[in-house]
Write a protein that binds this ligand. Sequence first.
Ligand code: PEP
Length: 251
Amino acid sequence: MRKKIVAGNWKMFNNLEESKELINGILEKLKNEKVNCDVIICPPYTSLSESAGLLKGSVVKLGAQNMHAEDKGAFTGEISSSMLKSAGCEYVILGHSERRTIFNESDDDINKKVKKAFSAGLKPIFCFGETLSERESGITNEVVKRQVTEGLKDIPESDLVNLVVAYEPVWAIGTGKTATPEQAEEVHSFVRSLIKELYSETAAENIVIQYGGSVKPENAADLLSRKNIDGALVGGACLKADSFIGIIKSA
Ligand code: PEP
């Protein structure tokens, strides 16, 4: 039985004060809830250390939104895995479509980061998904297969217990257009069979596959009730405590 995971990707929102306010709001509201899923928040780098302190002793875990694949060096503006670890992160989002498109990250770049995250003891939330034109051209599975196969290249099966994968159709991110539960389930089921092909039946059975793309309290329960949808990666709706809690309750 896979435990559901709800993760909030704050993107480039919330300065330190706003971050504290949102975290306190989430923790306050969670006090009255019986939480049956894993909950992760991924604030911007500048709020990570402070967030780690606020989250201590709570059910909410901390993640970052990206990292560099090298340990250290002349990479102005970048952040390493050990910096994230020492700031209190347990998770790191890698391969988000905004990183792939705006910052030109390739499958190979992302694969290097996934490997580095594992070696640093961070749990990657590895994202992939097709664009609208790829879906309309009927190549969704082909694109997803390439991204997953390349992104997880040379990752041993023993690392998969610490991996979360997130199917995020690019056309559904931040657009208000959610994939229907049927569309999402179809790709999730395909990804599970791909993991079986790449690894084993046990790996496929155990891997946690989140859906991301305009998830909100109104559509979360339907999405999360599908057999192969094990959680949600949430952007816009995680920036308000009420809507984030609404999604957690659905899980
Ligand atoms: C995301 O950024 O990963 C995301 C899914 O965003 P939104 O929920 O706003 O579509």
